[in-house]
Unconditional design. Structure first.
Length: 360
C-alpha cells in the first residue's frame, strides 16, 4: 500500500481522518441519530483503511520487529482509555467490561485473525514458514498472562466470586507489566532475530523520510482515536440491534472489539498474502499480549484507587474455549510451518465462540 517513491500522502490519507473528526463533531456529545448511523459506519470503515496505510508508513520507517509494535500499542492504549471511561461512568456493565473486552480481543486475534491469515496464506502460497523461537516465546507469555489474569480469580478465596482482592489485583497488574515488558525487550533488543524470517527473500523499497513517517504517525493516532470514538458513538445503536435480535449483552463487546481490531487485522492479512506470515504473527501475538499486559494493570489501578468493583474471572464455558485455543495454538506454533488446515481449525473455534456467545 505504501510506495516509497512518493513522499506525498494520498488525498484519502488526509480526508478520512478529517471526516472522522467531522463526524464526531456532528455527534456533539449525543447519541448518533438513526439517519447518521450508516454514514458514521462508512466513515469508520474508511478511517480503518487510512489507519492501515499510515501504520505501513511508520512500520516501514522503523523496520521490523519495531514496526509491528506501533499499531498494537496504539490500539491498546486507546482501548484502555475506552474501558476506563466506561468504568468511571459506573453501572453494572463496568464490572465485567474489561474481562469481556480482553477475552473477545484474545479470541478474535488468536482464532479469527490467526485463522484467516493461515487460511489466506495457505491458499495463496500452499505452505508458509515462521520462526518457532519467537512464536513459542509469545505463546508462553500469552498463556501465563491470560491464566493469571482471567482464570485465577475464580479460584482465589480472599474475595468471593470472579474477583481479586486489592492486593491480588496489584500483584496481577504488576505481573502483567513485568511479563509484557520482558517480552518487548526480548522482541526488540535481546533476541530480535527470533521475530524476523527470510528477510532477504522480501526486499524492501527505501524507507520513507522522517518527516513523512512523523506525519503518518500523527495521522495514525487520529485515525485510531476516530475509530474507537466512532465505535463508542455507535454503541447505543449496536446495543439496540443486539437487543432486537435477543442476543446477550456480551455480543456488544465482541462487535466493538472487532471494529477496534480492524486496522491490525487488515495489516496482518495483507502481510500473509505477501507470504510474510512472520509479520502477521508478530502483529497478532503482539496485539494479544499488549491487550492483556497493558489493559489489566490499567483497569486494576483504576479499580483500586476508585474502589470500583472489577470482575475478571471467566465463566466455565469461556475457560473451556480458552483451554482449547491455547492447546491448538501451541500445536500450530510448534512446527514453524503452516497450511490451510491449521487456519480452518482456528476459524472453527472462533465460530464456536461466536455462536455460543449468541446462543449461550
Amino acid at each position: 500500500m505504501f510506495s516509497s517513491g512518493a513522499e506525498r500522502i494520498p488525498w484519502w490519507g488526509w480526508a478520512w481522518p478529517l471526516l472522522a473528526c467531522a463526524a464526531l463533531g456532528a455527534k456533539a456529545g449525543g447519541d448518533v441519530g438513526s439517519l447518521l448511523v450508516p454514514i458514521s459506519g462508512a466513515v469508520l470503515v474508511a478511517t480503518v483503511f487510512a489507519a492501515v496505510y499510515h501504520a505501513d508508513v511508520v512500520a516501514h520507517r522503523v523496520g521490523e520487529p519495531f514496526g509491528t509494535l506501533v499499531l498494537a500499542l496504539a490500539v491498546t492504549v486507546i482501548e484502555v482509555a475506552l474501558i476506563v471511561s466506561v468504568m468511571l461512568a459506573g453501572g453494572p456493565e463496568g464490572e465485567t467490561l474489561a474481562r469481556d473486552t480482553v477475552f473477545a480481543t484474545v479470541m478474535l486475534i488468536c482464532n479469527g485473525l490467526a485463522g484467516l491469515c493461515l487460511l489466506v496464506g495457505g491458499i495463496r502460497h500452499h505452505e508458509q514458514g515462521f520462526q518457532v523461537q519467537g512464536a513459542a516465546a509469545g505463546m508462553a507469555v500469552f498463556a501465563a498472562l491470560i491464566v493469571l489474569s482471567l482464570v485465577l480469580p475464580n479460584y482465589t478465596t480472599s474475595a468471593a466470586g470472579p474477583y481479586f482482592s486489592d492486593s491480588q489485583l496489584l500483584f496481577a497488574g504488576t505481573a502483567s507489566l513485568v511479563l509484557y515488558g520482558t517480552f518487548v525487550f526480548v522482541q526488540t533488543v535481546r533476541h530480535r532475530e527470533y521475530f524476523l524470517y527470510n528477510a532477504d527473500a522480501h526486499p524492501h523499497a527505501p524507507p520513507p523520510s522522517n518527516r513523512a513517517a512523523l506525519i503518518s504517525l500523527v495521522l495514525l493516532l487520529i485515525c485510531l482515536l476516530g475509530v474507537v470514538l466512532l465505535a463508542k458513538a455507535l454503541t447505543p445503536s449496536i446495543r439496540a440491534g443486539v437487543a432486537w435480535l435477543g442476543a446477550p449483552d456480551a455480543v456488544v463487546g465482541i462487535v466493538i472489539a472487532a471494529v477496534v481490531l480492524l486496522p491490525e487485522g487488515t495489516a496482518a492479512l495483507r502481510a500473509a498474502r505477501r507470504d510474510r506470515l512472520q509479520t502477521s504473527l508478530n502483529l497478532g501475538l503482539g496485539s494479544a499480549l499488549s491487550s492483556i499486559g497493558l489493559t489489566i494493570p490499567a483497569v486494576a489501578l483504576v479499580s483500586i484507587l476508585l474502589q470500583k468493583p472489577l470482575a475478571l474471572g471467566l465463566g466455565a464455558k469461556e475457560e473451556v474455549l480458552l483451554a482449547l485455543t491455547l492447546l491448538i495454538g501451541i500445536m500450530t506454533m510448534g512446527t514453524g510451518r503452516t497450511t490451510v488446515l491449521q487456519g480452518m481449525v482456528h476459524l472453527v473455534i472462533l465460530a464456536a465462540y461466536l455462536f455460543l456467545a449468541v446462543v449461550p
